[in-house]
Ligand binder design. Structure first.
Ligand SMILES: [Zn+2]
Length: 279
């Protein structure tokens, strides 16, 4: 499943190719993916003027002015689900496997959405209102923004017996910290994944905030990937981040000490940690 770094890499790639493109037509080859697809007709003859990301959603902002008169600016929101991929290709390129939606642009290019398992979904909403939508209104802060800081994390941890790993993977606390990035961040901060959130000092939570930011930023920089079949916007395979400290390394040597990495199950997910470095 694409995690926040992969979605950010897709966003950057799409923005480099699609800004300023005007929609000539949108074709949906089926009525639904995970949910029914929106009516794309309001996008006709509108230009993409920004592509943003919130959590793991891509937001395509369209201009509101068209030859048909003034329209309220629309934002197309897209979640890639498990296997969703965008490709930017010449219009003449025939449809690939599992291609469900295509956008044709005025410059001869087209944006194709492919999704083998069809867990992806999309919505069209007024640009002024997107944050009020049910998908967004209860989300916590973006991990790479300044709004996610130790005061914010401390407020969520106060008095909580829940394991710290469960807490940082909760999208109401902070978005985009998936299983891999939670494990790696806790290792860097020296915090055991099962430690009760309310029993961690402010100083150590500060180290965790820093570790989450460093881990996610490094994954984005590496072209971030957590799945082998993740494909970037230009069709090239994403990089698999090989240099994990703990994730997927049960029984292997710790990168910082002589201990072996251990695995436990928390909330149905594997947690990897070093019994010497993390407490
Ligand atoms: Zn260690």
């Amino acid at each position: 499943m694409p995690e926040l770094p992969e979605v950010e890499v897709v966003r950057t790639g799409l923005a480099s190719l699609l800004l300023g493109r005007k929609v000539q037509s949108v074709t949906a080859f089926r009525a639904d993916l995970r949910y029914p697809l929106p009516d794309f007709s309001p996008l006709f003859e509108q230009k993409i003027h920004a592509i943003r990301r919130r959590s793991k959603y891509l937001l395509f902002d369209f201009t509101g002015d068209t030859e048909r008169g003034e329209f309220e600016a629309q934002t197309l929101v897209w979640h890639l689900g498990m296997t969703g991929q965008f490709h930017v290709l010449p219009k003449a390129t025939s449809a690939g496997a599992h291609e469900h939606v295509r956008f044709d642009f005025d410059d001869g290019s087209s944006l194709r959405y492919r999704d083998a398992r069809r867990f992806g979904y999309a919505g069209l909403m007024a640009t002024n209102d997107w944050e009020k939508h049910a998908w967004f209104k209860r989300l916590g802060p973006e991990p790479l923004f300044d709004e996610f800081d130790v005061a914010c994390l401390l407020a969520h941890c106060h008095g909580r017996k829940a394991p710290i790993k469960t807490l940082i993977m909760d999208a109401h606390v902070v978005v985009g910290v998936g299983n891999i990035y939670a494990a790696e961040s806790l290792f860097l901060a020296g915090i055991h994944p099962a430690r009760a959130a309310g029993r961690i000092s402010k100083q150590r939570l500060q180290a965790l905030v820093d570790a989450i930011k460093v881990t996610l930023a490094a994954a984005i920089q590496a072209g971030g990937s957590s799945i082998s079949d993740f494909v970037q916007v230009d069709g090239k395979p994403g990089y698999f981040a090989h240099n994990f400290h703990v994730y997927g390394r049960e029984g292997e040597d710790c990168t910082h000490c002589d201990a072996k990495i251990r695995r436990i199950i928390q909330a149905g997910r594997s947690s990897f940690y070093c019994p010497m470095c993390q407490h």
